[in-house]
Design a binder for this molecule. Structure first.
Ligand SMILES: *Cc1c(COP(=O)(O)O)cnc(C)c1O
Length: 401
């Protein structure tokens, strides 16, 4: 057995099969490139679902983490630590908001957003106890907890995990009339991804996000934007909402906030909204820990320069131009996305998304399929144009284009 085969066999014997990874075993990585246990190199065109926007082993992030590792890594929130205030202040400022509630994973931050919206609904809006409703979109992906999968429309994510948490209403994504119809006096929030990532990088129709903003403002409902995947540079702006000139009431952030080093997530909002919490009402042992704050502070500093957003814009235009040439060529049905982020629908006769991903792997490019016939392209924002072009060459070769 090869080193790859034996590593995969052991993983399959001793880990739950809740993922179906491509058969590659990564041993090291640098920038946009990964190297497997047998020394083969691969161009990373997934970037950890945007957790690796700044690339593997980013020098600034690794240095910030190393320096913090030598000082203090964890205090719990029982005590203050000297990176916390800066992290919260600077993240709030980056978002144009006032307060931060730090957590670790994206799902925890979404849970925090749900709890915050409900509590705000009861304490500020005056919704009767236990009547709060949150409107979400079909085909959403917000994480994997029991409450979050309760408002998923993905059968695999839900089946056999009931009973489900009540209090959610699902409407078609991109449909303002359906959203308006679903809203009632007890609606406390609308929770949306400004671009639906897992659904296949679905960009809503122009005017949708401003429409949601207007409706929610009129009805005194919180607009919660889950920017865990779309945010922090991926689309060419710090937040995908900015493309439509929209400022939500709450950002939910994760993935790239931890720089691909540690899990860091947060809910960011106004002091009216996050000011509702009193000690003991919500928390996390690891949330806002010194190591997380040190890495995230470096992420925020990197985003403040605008250079990564600029790269995502420029390389994104190139990516979408090249992918656009493939549509109509017989192998690609449609391409969607924004910035350095694309969902590519493969014409089914050319193979499933999985088959295309495996063929790309054989040519040294790693991507991930979603929903049968779609592949997602989201390389680290630090990728060079030459490497991106090489990756696109491999895609064209696999598609026979
Ligand atoms: C990945 C993701 C989540 C969940 O984040 P985890 O860190 O995996 O819990 C939530 N929302 C969106 C939009 C995501 O892409």
């Amino acid at each position: 057995m090869s080193a790859t085969e034996s590593a995969i066999a052991s993983a399959e014997a001793h880990s739950a099969h809740n993922y179906h990874p491509l058969p590659v075993v990564v041993a090291s990585a640098d920038g946009a490139w990964m190297t497997d246990v047998e020394g083969r190199r691969y161009l990373d065109m997934l970037a950890g679902y945007s957790a690796l926007n700044f690339g593997h082993g980013n020098r600034r992030l690794i240095d910030a983490a190393k320096a913090q590792l030598e000082r203090v890594t964890l205090t719990s929130r029982a005590f203050h630590h000297d990176r916390f205030a800066d992290f919260c202040t600077q993240l709030a400022e980056l978002c144009g908001m006032e307060m931060v509630l730090p957590m670790n994973t994206g799902a925890e931050a979404v849970e925090t957003a749900v709890k915050t919206a409900r509590k705000w609904g009861y304490q500020v809006k005056g919704v009767p106890q236990n009547q709060a409703k949150i409107v979400v979109a079909a085909n959403n992906f917000h994480g994997r907890t029991t409450t979050i999968i309760s408002f998923s429309t993905d059968h695999e994510a839900r089946a056999d995990f009931g009973p489900y948490t009540p209090g959610f209403e699902i409407v078609p994504y991109g449909d303002l009339t359906a959203l308006e119809t679903a809203m009632s006096a007890n609606t406390v929030a609308v929770l949306l991804e400004p671009i639906q990532g897992e659904a296949g990088v679905l960009v809503p129709p122009a005017g949708y996000l401003p429409g949601v903003r207007e409706l929610t403002r009129e009805r005194n409902v919180l607009f919660i934007a889950d920017e865990i995947q779309s945010g922090l540079g991926r689309t060419g702006k710090t937040f995908a909402c900015e493309h439509e000139g929209v400022m939500p009431d709450m950002y939910v952030l994760g993935k790239a906030l931890g720089g691909g080093v540690v899990p860091v997530s947060a809910v960011v909002s106004s002091s009216e909204v996050l000011g509702i919490y009193r000690p003991g009402e919500h928390g996390s042992t690891f949330g806002g820990n010194p190591l997380a704050c040190a890495v995230a502070l470096e992420v925020i500093a990197m985003l403040r320069t605008g250079e990564f957003q600029q790269r995502a814009t420029e390389l994104g235009e190139h990516l979408h131009h090249e992918l656009g040439l493939l549509t109509g060529g017989g192998a690609v049905e449609a391409v969607r996305g924004r910035g350095l982020w694309a969902g590519v629908d493969i014409v089914p006769s050319h193979g499933t998304g999985r088959e295309i991903s495996e063929k790309l792997m054989d040519r040294g490019v790693l991507v991930k399929d979603t929903h049968g016939s779609t592949i997602r392209i989201a390389p680290p924002l630090v990728i060079s144009k030459e490497d991106l072009d090489w990756g696109l060459d491999q895609l064209r070769a696999v598609l026979g284009a």
